[in-house]
Design a protein. Structure first.
Lengths: 645, 645
């Protein structure tokens, strides 16, 4: 998608002015990077056989003898050539005089995307031929010598069309895709942002970067852990989903402040926009409370935030899990826009509308609504239809669309039963304007909120595709969600409990007594960090008391404590109070760069089926290489038949 | 070993002066860390519930109200208590007055290694009770309030004796071991050194930190790669031994300068001082030659070198592989001391000594010797015996000890056949002194050198155990070894070739023609970095020409090129010339900290059998958890019998 946009701008932009564009193009990469690296200016030419990068040359270099290395981006009528490196583009004049015939031959015959080295002089472009859109647009290179370092074979597609091709093709030829502006920008921004996080943690706040093992032991309930067979029969390592146990053990070991940019593994089979291996900024510290961790992370993001974005404002707002659910119908609210869920039960206490009456008479029965701004203008009749169908199909709920203009209550005859006084009260409560639409539902509190939360997001997308500017694309809206429940009923057996997050999460100090009476009601000291409606981090204050940990694991969760005996023992031997957090780096960078997928911020991602389309991993292994690991393949029966063919 | 040394110093040093010692103790940790972090002073108390660390308090804090959190290190007669955190130690006065009975109770009853929080005032120690050996030795804390944060159960051993116990016990209770000065120092130094490397690469030289996958496809000949079964029957990921392919593909992708602190995996079964997962500083850059990479690394080590060591002097000396073998009998010479191998063939051209005659008459036949300084003084008769036995058993070679004092040629009657003129020539060539011993051998060049190389190291160890100071413990002697052979004969079939390093290594520019005539003679552009006789890094300029890469893989190495088709294709599509290096981080930090084992610089290492002794990984997996991966355990027959019991 973006590849042709910047590349075509480049092609167009070489010798004649182009229209102003908001698309990122090569010319801005260097500026952005230099800005965002805080006026540090890395030496890009040290140790290399070039004297300069293509993108750095300016009028101030006029007359200098330079040696450049790069890829042939474009050639025009055997007179000009545009050379590209990671830094930018520069125009090279192909010499036309007889004496330079060999240089001309090299530069004219080398296919596009070949790698060349040229030496020559920086000269002014002839008057009138400057290109103000191009950072190097005032100069060009008068070549003296040229060397073809590597010829490029015919590419499997026109590189201009590359981004229009399927993502599968981009992943198969990832090394070509990486040459795009966008991938260069994404990977360089990622590197710089992580570097600044390290500076903040390590140099400013005394955190210690400690590597923890990835060949570990399975964790209780670790059903999503990849296995690694060992040379001992029947014994397997597991690739951990996070360094959770290790970071806690480091606190017991007195390391005080730990962080790691940690590789983690999760085998969820095929899931779009998930990767089997991913990276988290993993943090743990001792003698800290929830506020401490929150301030630490606010400072971390503020410090590491790219300078080409609006600065991060701290502290971030905080809502409780209960508030988030009631107001946004989700525990990861997108707070870039309003359309909050409003409880309008009181308006309908005496209603004659049957399904509202029904709902309100039941326990936790409520009437809730959201207001779609200018909905009457932007939403079509069929949108309302599909909203109602969605509610019926997925939530078994009725949705009642209410328009201020009573004539437009399409398909909801019940709306006619809303009395004028109710309508006025509704307008007041929901703060609706002339063209707004109210979506109203009734039912059990959580269910009604969840439904409206989904509809809130669906309608926002819909309004935006219809042209409304609802969410500022430059806005980054952070939010803490706190006071989660400590336990949830098990899906397969709702009378048993499971941890809402993980079993090491400490209970809320005010709710400890509930563990022994009504554990379901106990809140935890877990906190989630949400950015623009995406969970980008989560953490908690941990249990440091061995007795409490044992009680929760054995009595409440009915886990086999033997598998965690080392951790329980560690808590017995002087574990300090501690807490931490993990930020999902891939997701964070994806949001910061505005990329459509996390695959765009990972150099070599897997497809959603977990395949590396470039190298074709995973791969078959000859049986003799399985032997040392004492395993055999169990071929599924139908697959056996396939193999026989 | 070191645990009791610093700990006992601490115990002794609290209220009375101790003898000067060269052992590292807590008091020096902070000073060292602050020095080595280049006068940056991290804020260790931010976000925490303490006001100060235990180790930072000085006379300048007198009168301040402070809150400290730490472990009870020691208690003396219920009057004093020493509190420890990662930063150091501080003395706390246990209040004796009635009104503070509850504080006294807490501080007197909490077992050693319990975690407490105390608040109080920094006061001067009474005159005469200052401890100049302790950074906090001028002050103590007058406690007002105390809280027991976590009581420590009875430890499984006296912590004073911990380091005297087996390493297995240290690994089982790693979280206790981590509290030791030495582990704290090692892990913090590691973190800081890596941080400085990142600053150098990322901020000063424009390298991009890029993460590459660890779930990959097996590489040709990758017999030492761990397997990870996928959910597709018969398909496996492999955990790569290095990001080699990815870093080259990043260069093809135009990333120009890549680095990563990369987790790598190698399954070598049980090998002492190897880890199944290890870390390398992985570097690759485009448009660079061998000299460029060498300068880059020299600068990197100079920049990141801890400030409490002597600075690194650059450039590092370089020897060729051939010289290294001839002079030191190894490709990783320890250049901290002499005892070089000298070719003395010419002295014996006309000898009457049979085995010398024999050796010299054969192809590549030589007579070689090393000189053991003061060997006559330090080596015993039985040492010479065991040296000769070693040479006979492992190399099938004769060793002739030659003393300047002819009477002492124990057990080598042939030495009497050495003529006076030969003896004088030998003294001149070898530059021997009165009490030296010359060890002489004859045979094929490489074999003779290898043997003398081993004896050189053995004798150095021997001399040092006898009290000679041969290698300065503060000396770090770096060395580049270059011009390795590109291929070696395969061990199992010496008529076939295998890569001396890996198949992507570029041939030496002067030797490309040899690939088509005498490939065995071709040298490579591989380089190793050696520190004090340990290989700490290796790299090469890579092949960027697809044709050459295909020829080497298919024709010379007879590899299945299909498994590398993605890499070959990438080289076809505009791969720039590139090269790189990888430094073994664990080994490097081990040498810098002077640790006996790499396990001492890794937070949670595996035992030499690949076990995590703390958590007991690898572990058994229930058969139902193997099902999604389509594998079964093949129990060895005897193991089946075992299981039946």
């Amino acid at each position: 998608m973006y590849f042709p946009s910047w590349l075509s701008q480049l092609y167009k932009g070489l010798s004649r002015p182009i229209r102003r564009t908001t698309q990122p193009i090569w010319c801005s990469l260097y500026r952005r990077l230099v800005q965002s690296s805080q006026r540090r200016n890395p030496e890009f030419n040290s140790f290399a056989v070039r004297t300069n990068t293509c993108g750095e040359l300016r009028s101030s270099h006029l007359g200098q003898e330079v040696t450049l290395c790069g890829w042939i981006q474009y050639r025009r009528q055997n007179t000009f050539l545009v050379l590209r490196d990671f830094h930018g583009l520069v125009q090279v004049v192909i010499p036309q005089d007889e004496s330079a015939a060999s240089v001309k031959k090299i530069l004219c015959e080398a296919p596009v995307e070949s790698v060349v080295r040229v030496s020559g002089t920086v000269i002014s472009r002839p008057a009138g031929q400057e290109n103000p859109k191009m950072p190097t647009g005032e100069i060009e290179i008068k070549v003296k010598t040229a060397e073809l370092l590597n010829a490029c074979k015919k590419l499997p597609f026109e590189i201009k069309d590359f981004m229009k091709k399927t993502e599968a093709l981009r992943l198969q030829y990832r090394y070509l895709d990486l040459r795009s502006f966008q991938m260069q920008y994404n990977l360089r921004l990622r590197s710089q942002m992580v570097m600044k996080m390290r500076e903040y943690l390590c140099n400013l706040h005394g955190f210690v970067d400690i590597e923890t093992p990835t060949l570990f032991k399975r964790t209780p309930g670790g059903a999503k852990e990849f296995l690694v067979p060992s040379r001992e029969p029947g014994k397997f390592y597991s690739l951990p989903q996070s360094p959770q146990q290790f970071k806690q053990l480091l606190m017991v070991g007195g390391l005080d402040r730990y962080f790691q940019v940690a590789r983690c593994y999760r085998d969820e089979g095929s899931r779009p926009d998930r990767q089997p291996e991913f990276t988290q900024i993993d943090i743990e510290m001792s003698f800290v409370d929830q506020t401490g961790i929150q301030s630490l992370i606010e400072g971390l993001l503020q410090y590491s935030w790219p300078n080409d974005k609006d600065p991060v404002v701290v502290p971030f707002p905080t809502v409780t899990f209960t508030e988030a659910l009631a107001t946004y119908g989700t525990d990861k609210p997108d707070t870039r826009f309003g359309m909050k869920i409003i409880d309008i039960s009181d308006v309908f206490r005496n209603t004659e509308i049957g399904f509202l009456q029904d709902a309100l008479s039941k326990p936790h029965g409520t009437v809730k609504a959201i207001c779609i701004p200018e909905g009457a203008k932007y939403l079509k009749r069929k949108d309302i239809e599909s909203i109602r169908k969605f509610a019926a199909d997925h939530f078994n709920q009725e949705i009642l669309p209410v328009f201020l203009n009573a004539n437009r209550n399409w398909n909801s005859p019940v709306a006619n039963f809303i009395m004028e006084s109710q309508r006025l009260e509704l307008i007041r409560l929901m703060d609706t304007q002339e063209e707004d639409v109210v979506l109203l539902t009734a039912g059990e509190h959580n269910k009604a909120c969840s439904l409206l939360g989904k509809l809130r997001l669906e309608c926002a997308d819909l309004l935006e595709t219809r042209g409304m500017v609802l969410r500022d694309p430059t806005l980054f809206s952070f939010l803490w969600v706190v006071d989660f429940p400590l336990f949830l009923p098990k899906e397969e057996n709702p009378r048993e409990l499971e941890s809402a997050h993980h079993p090491f999460t400490a209970p809320h100090p005010s709710d400890i007594h509930l563990l022994y009476t009504e554990p379901k009601k106990a809140r935890s000291q877990h906190y989630d960090l949400v950015l623009n409606g995406n969970e980008i981090g989560g953490g908690s204050i941990r249990i440091h008391n061995a007795e409490l940990q044992r009680y929760i694991l054995a009595t409440l969760l009915k886990e086999d404590v033997k598998m965690l005996s080392h951790l329980l023992q560690a808590l017995d031997y002087g574990a300090p109070p501690h807490g931490g957090i993990a930020l999902g780096l891939d997701r964070l960078i994806c949001l910061v760069t505005g990329s459509p997928s996390i695959r765009d911020v990972i150099a070599f991602p897997k497809s959603f089926r977990g395949h590396d389309l470039m190298s074709n991993a995973p791969d078959s292994i000859p049986p003799e290489e399985l032997k040392p690991y004492h395993i055999r393949v169990s071929w599924p029966t139908d697959s056996k038949a396939e193999r026989a063919h």
